[in-house]
Design a protein around this ligand. Structure first.
Ligand SMILES: Cc1ncc(COP(=O)(O)O)c(C=O)c1O
Length: 288
């Protein structure tokens, strides 16, 4: 693990932040998870744009600005050195007294962690994921906006815990209205014939970079993309379902709540979408 902290790149074991950082005390901060492939930081500028939107939503300043954060990512990636890796770029509110008030914090803190890429194990991707519908709901945008990639991931973590405790691989989260939002840390797609459906971000789905990549790749694969509200019924009735995310890649789903989806194994179109994603990984990134 390599970490950029306070202007230096150090090994993970040497990176320390004060316990009074409001990122720790209140989850007051934001992050990005970015994939490195073929010695390129995949769609780095799209990730930075999303980081910038998250920062504005929290009235948080990115220390040194976005161009500096970009350079920090590239420098840390180079220090880690691997062709395949995972970047965690973090901005916290910084140190402050106990008490939730962000105006008491002196300066925001920038951190960049680069580590091995932890994808789903290949045998899991080969058989397809088992999902359960979580009892937790995605919070509405006026409670905790799912489109702000903040350090408040308790909802996601507890949904994943619930899935693990019930013997599943991941959780499907619905929004307050009962429509499909996304998985714990991945977007959801359902294929019906040549229609590739995914919930709109207004239904509680993060505007995923991988999601965007799949949406852009779909027409060339003969698929029509529909961003529309989906219910669990739309997943049960789908030919194929898959998840997308910087960590997950394009991961097939074989069951939901114990019910088989499609043929109960990774489908041919999911494989085509996955291939298109991998092709883009090979070129659409910033070299370091
Ligand atoms: C809640 C949530 N949804 C979806 C995603 C997928 O987004 P991306 O493709 O940008 O990684 C993530 C991040 O990995 C996430 O945290």
């Amino acid at each position: 693990v390599k970490v950029w902290i306070d202007g230096r790149i150090v090994n993970g074991s040497e990176a320390r932040i004060p316990v009074t950082d409001h990122g720790l005390l209140y989850g007051d901060g934001i992050f990005e998870g970015i994939r490195i492939s073929a010695r390129r930081v995949f769609r780095l500028d799209a990730h930075l744009a999303r980081l910038s939107r998250s920062a504005r939503a929290l009235a948080l300043e990115i220390p040194g600005g976005l161009a500096h954060a970009r350079q920090v990512v590239l420098d840390t990636a180079r220090a880690f050195g691997a062709d395949q890796a995972y970047v965690r770029l973090i901005v916290t509110r910084g140190e402050g007294p106990l008490g939730v008030d962000p105006t008491t914090c002196a300066a925001p803190r920038l951190l960049c962690i680069v580590d091995r890429l932890a994808v789903y194990p290949p045998e899991l991707v080969d058989r397809g994921l088992d999902l359960i519908t979580s009892s937790l709901r995605r919070p509405p945008a006026d409670v905790l906006d799912p489109n702000v990639k903040s350090l408040n991931y308790l909802n996601n973590a507890l949904a994943r815990l619930e899935a693990r405790q019930r013997g599943a691989d991941d959780a499907l989260l619905l929004n307050a209205a009962g429509a499909v939002a996304e998985a714990a840390v991945a977007n959801v797609f359902a294929l019906h014939g040549d229609r590739l459906c995914t919930p709109p971000t207004t239904d509680g789905a993060l505007e995923g970079i991988t999601r965007g990549t799949v949406i852009e790749a779909a027409p060339a694969l003969g698929l029509r993309v529909q961003q529309r509200t989906l219910g669990r019924t739309d997943l049960f009735g789908a030919d194929e379902v898959f998840l997308t995310g910087s960590g997950a890649g394009v991961a097939p789903v074989r069951s939901l709540d114990g019910r088989t989806i499609g043929a109960g194994r990774p489908g041919p179109l999911t494989a085509k979408v996955e291939l298109a994603y991998r092709e883009r990984l090979a070129w659409d990134g910033v070299e370091f």
